[in-house]
Design a protein around this ligand. Structure first.
Ligand SMILES: [Ca+2]
Ligand SMILES: [Ca+2]
Ligand SMILES: [Ca+2]
Ligand SMILES: [Ca+2]
Length: 224
């Protein structure tokens, strides 16, 4: 009888532990996966729709990975990356941010921040859309794996943007031409905070242990 109780208590604790460890990773990739090798003359949005976070779980991390990214030459360069509440177009869309099509390109301007194109009808983001700057980075001609982990404030923005319509978008303004072997976006979720055993459970455990202890003592007394 006591043994049975102990076993069921053990089972309960295993159950609690497995719930505490529950976590998922949502992985997304754009099409084309390398965003056309991030052409300098373009700004890109990549909209992700129908995002459903696992029931009862919260976002604990988010990460952008760009495989083997390298600049095409040795000129100054910058890749600007933004998180958007939404984008006008489904999937991947692009906008020409260098109408003169110059080569080499000398203009390095974050066109999600600079409003010079924002009133054009084919601009990628509707006016008033929430926009969070994520990071900007320069690259050499040596291919490298670029990994960017969101800050806590950026994770909060991601959660808010997903909550608003089940979608979000990543914005890339490459201001030079970045060869790469593919972009990946991951969202990490977990049930949080870890479940605390309810008072009733703790009381039950206490009673069970007390009972076992009393039984052991009675046995010991009888033996003596
Ligand atoms: Ca550009
Ligand atoms: Ca949204
Ligand atoms: Ca630009
Ligand atoms: Ca490529």
């Amino acid at each position: 009888m006591k043994r049975k109780l102990l076993l069921s208590l053990a089972a309960l604790f295993v159950l609690c532990a497995s719930q505490a460890a529950k976590a998922d990773t949502l992985t997304f990739a754009p099409t084309p996966v390398d965003l056309n090798d991030l052409d300098h003359h373009m700004v890109y949005t990549w909209k992700v729709s129908n995002v459903a976070l696992p029931q009862g779980q919260q976002i604990t991390g988010a990460r952008i990975t760009i495989k083997n990214i390298a600049n095409w030459d040795t000129n100054p360069n910058r890749l600007f990356i933004h998180l958007l509440d939404n984008a006008k177009n489904a999937g991947v869309a692009s906008f020409v941010d260098d109408p003169t099509n110059s080569s080499p390109v000398t203009d390095i301007t974050d066109d999600f921040v600079n409003p010079r194109y924002h009133n054009q009808s084919n601009w990628l983001v509707a006016s008033g859309t929430a926009d969070t700057f994520l990071t900007s980075q320069s690259f050499t001609m040596t291919p490298t794996n670029f990994v960017y982990n969101f800050t806590t404030a950026q994770l909060n923005a991601l959660f808010a943007y997903i909550s608003n319509g089940g979608n979000f978008a990543l914005g890339f303004d490459p201001d030079c031409h970045f060869f790469n072997d593919g972009i990946k976006f991951e969202i990490f979720t977990a049930n949080s905070p870890a479940p605390v055993p309810e008072p009733a459970t703790l009381a039950l455990l206490g009673t069970g242990l007390a009972g076992l202890y009393a039984r052991k003592r009675r046995k010991a007394n009888r033996a003596a």
